[in-house]
Each structure stands twice: as structure tokens, then as C-alpha cells.
Design a protein around this ligand. Structure first.
Ligand SMILES: [Zn+2]
Length: 98
């Protein structure tokens, strides 16, 4: 019954991945599927996955638009963005602090 054991393990990973994804503000169902299809990798992906709203942000020095920290170019004015000395809090952190 190696196949049956595998299904149980895959579903366990699926549940864990779904719960982790849900906690991170994503879809339980999507992460359940991902973690079931690729058990170990899917669960790890769910754990390291960061929602866009958790990304640190910074201001574009040219036009002042708020960009994601990992953006290399400003999406509004196209200026090249140096890695900033100071990052803005992520959207989620900013909402919590308010
Ligand atoms: Zn800009």
C-alpha cells in the first residue's frame, strides 16, 4: 500500500501548505493544490512565499512614487532605482501601525 501512504502524505502536505498560504493572506485552495501536487517543494514555497503586501517599499527619488523595494526601475517615470538606505514599511506593516 505504498500508493495509499503516498496519498496520505501528499494530502497532509497539502493541508499544511493550504493553512500556511491562508495565514499569509493567500488562497487556502491554491496552496492546498500546489502542496499536494508537489508535497515538499509546495509546502516550502508556501512558507517562503511573501504576499506583495508584505514587501518593503521605497520612494522613487525622481518622482516620489512608492515602489516595491525589489523594483529595479520606477514603474511611473522609469528612473533606475538604487537600493535605498532606508526602506518604507510594507503595506501590511503600515496598516497595522496605524
Ligand atoms: Zn519615479
Amino acid at each position: 500500500m505504498a500508493g495509499g501512504a503516498y496519498v496520505v502524505i501528499a494530502l497532509s502536505f497539502g493541508l499544511a501548505g493550504g493553512i500556511v498560504g491562508k495565514i499569509k493572506g493567500s488562497s487556502f485552495f491554491i496552496w492546498f493544490i500546489i502542496a499536494t501536487v508537489v508535497p515538499v517543494v509546495g509546502l516550502l514555497t508556501a512558507i517562503v512565499y511573501r504576499s506583495e503586501r508584505d514587501e518593503l517599499r521605497r520612494l522613487c527619488p525622481t518622482c516620489g512614487r512608492v515602489c516595491k523595494l525589489h523594483d529595479a526601475l520606477c514603474v511611473r517615470c522609469g528612473a533606475e532605482l538604487e537600493f535605498p538606505d532606508e526602506a518604507l514599511a510594507s503595506e501590511n506593516a503600515a496598516v497595522t501601525a496605524r
